[in-house]
Design a protein around this ligand. Structure first.
Ligand SMILES: NC(=O)c1ccc[n+]([C@@H]2O[C@H](COP(=O)([O-])OP(=O)(O)OC[C@H]3O[C@@H](n4cnc5c(N)ncnc54)[C@H](O)[C@@H]3O)[C@@H](O)[C@H]2O)c1
Length: 288
């Protein structure tokens, strides 16, 4: 059911690769709620993904831009303003990639060139988009900018690797830029910290299936889906959330406030005896 929450609003959406992408769901919802949108993704993603198909559904166009390249972002903002006939109201940053994760390199053995790439793609790109938008005065007063994050920014989660550092930086950029853009133009900047979700980027994370099950068992409301994340993004783009800024907001069914749940304990207890036996054997060997 649509509520016309974004009627008359215009927005730019980064990161819709295929119909699993969180950005894909956000684009569909934003369009359904009455927004006009422009889609963008990196040149390689436009060759491999289905973004053009989404553009047709949402009656719009795709403008290619590598989000690590300032000239690409400048061109993208110019073209987006041309299409909209002026300023626009919201931006979604839904971009993440770690070459270390992709190549299975662990956190205690990072390749630093790859690490810098992780930070550039997954976090600095957010700063670049904000800086170019501000310089070009691209956003209307009371506009809303959102980037997607993950709880590994605050807590260590096995396998999340250097993406955890990128997410910490991303959330910090939302606060630092949120102050500047807020005081000048009343533009609000937030990150939404989403549950693990089965997407192309998500499936790169070590043991995603186990992590999703654990996270679901730990969360009193269960994992949040990509569609539910899209619903939330739309409310954050709407005028109903005008005084929320510089926040990292958990959209995770309660996971981030939990320590242990009954449903997770049930699974843990099932294997406990096996684990204790294994420990005893290991100890014997060590003693030996
Ligand atoms: N899937 C999860 O479990 C999960 C959980 C929390 C947060 N997130 C975050 O959600 C966001 C979207 O990821 P997703 O899960 O929908 O996966 P996805 O793979 O569908 O989206 C990632 C997008 O980043 C784009 N991208 C990569 N490099 C780029 C570049 N240089 N320039 C422009 N775009 C580039 C890709 O083309 C792709 O469209 C990411 O920030 C991710 O970290 C995902």
């Amino acid at each position: 059911m649509a509520f016309n929450l974004l009627k008359g609003k215009k927005g730019l959406i980064f990161g819709a690769l295929n119909d699993k992408s969180i950005a894909w769901k956000v684009a569909e919802k934003a369009y359904e709620e009455g927004a006009e949108i422009v889609l963008t993704n990196a040149p390689f993603a436009l060759r491999l993904g289905d973004t053009e198909e989404l553009a047709k559904k949402c009656n719009t166009e795709v403008i290619s831009a590598d989000a690590t390249s300032v000239p690409d972002i400048e061109n993208l903002i110019d073209k987006t303003m041309e299409r909209f006939g002026g300023k626009f109201d919201f931006i979604l940053h839904s971009i993440g990639m770690s070459p270390n994760v992709r190549k299975g390199i662990t956190y205690d053995n990072l390749n630093y060139e790859y690490f810098l790439k992780t930070l550039d793609v997954s976090a600095l790109s957010f700063h670049k988009i904000l800086q170019v938008s501000r310089k070009k005065d691209a956003l209307n007063d009371w506009g809303s900018v959102i980037a997607l994050s993950y709880v590994a920014a605050q807590r260590t989660l096995y396998g999340y690797n250097d993406m955890a550092d990128a997410k910490s930086l991303l959330e910090s950029i939302a606060r630092s830029f949120g102050y500047i853009y807020g005081r000048e133009k009343k533009i609000r900047i937030n990150t939404i910290s989403q549950s693990p979700t089965p997407t192309t980027a998500g499936s790169g994370i070590m043991g995603l299936e186990g992590l999703m099950d654990f996270s679901n068992r730990m969360s009193p409301l269960g994992n949040a889906t990509a569609e539910e994340c899209a619903d939330y993004c739309v409310t954050m783009f709407s005028d109903l959330t005008k005084k929320i800024t510089m926040q990292n907001i958990f959209h995770d069914g309660g996971f981030s406030s939990m320590g242990m749940s009954r449903r997770a304990m049930e699974v843990y207890s099932k294997n406990l005896e096996e684990c204790l036996e294994f420990r005893d054997v290991t100890h014997k060997f060590e003693e030996f």
